[in-house]
Design a protein around this ligand. Sequence first.
Ligand SMILES: Nc1nc2c(ncn2[C@@H]2O[C@H](COP(=O)(O)OP(=O)(O)OP(=O)(O)O)[C@@H](O)[C@H]2O)c(=O)[nH]1
Ligand SMILES: [Mg+2]
Length: 388
Amino acid sequence: MFEFLKKIIKKDSPEKKSAAKKEVAKKPQKKGPSAPKQKVSKTPRISEKKEALRPKQRFEPSPKVVEKKPIATSEEKIIPKEEKKSGFFGFADKIKKGLTRTREKLTTELTTLFSGKKIDEALFEELETILLTSDVGISATTYLLDSIRASIKKNNIENADEIKGLLKEKLIELLAPIENPLVLKGTNPYVIMVVGVNGAGKTTTIGKLTKIFLDEDKSVLIAAGDTFRAAATEQLQVWGQRNNVHVVSQASGDPGAVIFDAINSAKAKNIDIVIADTAGRLPTQKHLIDEITKVKRVINKCHTEAPHEILLVLDANTGQNAISQLKIFNEALGITGLALTKLDGTAKGGVIAAIAKEQPIPLRYIGVGESIDDLKVFNAQEYVDALF
Ligand SMILES: Nc1nc2c(ncn2[C@@H]2O[C@H](COP(=O)(O)OP(=O)(O)OP(=O)(O)O)[C@@H](O)[C@H]2O)c(=O)[nH]1
Ligand SMILES: [Mg+2]
């Protein structure tokens, strides 16, 4: 069993190790991961900077964005072409592959638990342990067990094997409300501000997300709003090159100024979407949270409807810690959507249930690998199908 898991892990991860990061020359860190307070105070006044930030000096249109389009005012769901082309099964297979580790854990444990057992308290206790160790969290576990008990009673179920089906059904019900794909609406450019803790997968997610939008014939501009980490801009530029999309950056800019610049560039070129990267930050560090709220205000001064989406990137490996990150980022910024990354590298895929129960914010995307095509629109049924 252990050997089998090792084989899967070996197959899925080492060779593919962050192509983006490999291509970027490793430089010494300019500063620690924390942004110093004084950096915030350097944010330019919008009126003073407006001229200096005009896009023409730095921004060359990418081949993907030359065509002028009418301003978007209608709502449009972004569903990757791959899903349309290859249909449900091709798409679901990728998710299944990505969720191998969680599935291996759940399938093995649940099969052992249910086979030939009678329904009693001991069985429920074991099921509780399985769910908790898959990071479903106390509140969602209690909810699921209570719902299963109620169904067993109502339908006079005696066979333990039927509980697996009930668990699936209740899990889909629990996850359905957070299945809420991103809808593009409002005036162009649609601005997505990407936030999260250090190393959660923000930059990689931006690279993959750009591909999803391009596949839908949307034009995209990326803003290198992580002005703190050495090589952050270069890492983003690698993703820009892969997608043939321009990355707006400044040699010594602050995050607000860079994103402001990018939005103005996008307005001038009538680009559909601006995706803004930001530096990783711990939500417990107040000055960093203050800084990101200031970046949000700067964005809003440049485009009254923006940011249209504040996408929090969460690393599934962090399990229940992801919930506390979500709470604090949400209080500070008003998170509108989530991307849960690295589901391929963890057996803690149950954390989605905890999010749905405790902080039901739309889960837009799930990350199931490091490649450009490894970001998927979240679908509750597909996800649960991939788990059992
Ligand atoms: N296996 C796997 N790795 C991922 C996924 N998403 C991101 N990564 C990896 O996670 C690491 C960190 O990703 P980044 O995109 O640099 O994370 P970040 O949040 O931008 O990091 P900072 O800018 O330092 O805060 C990289 O090695 C990525 O390749 C995923 O869905 N699956
Ligand atoms: Mg980054």
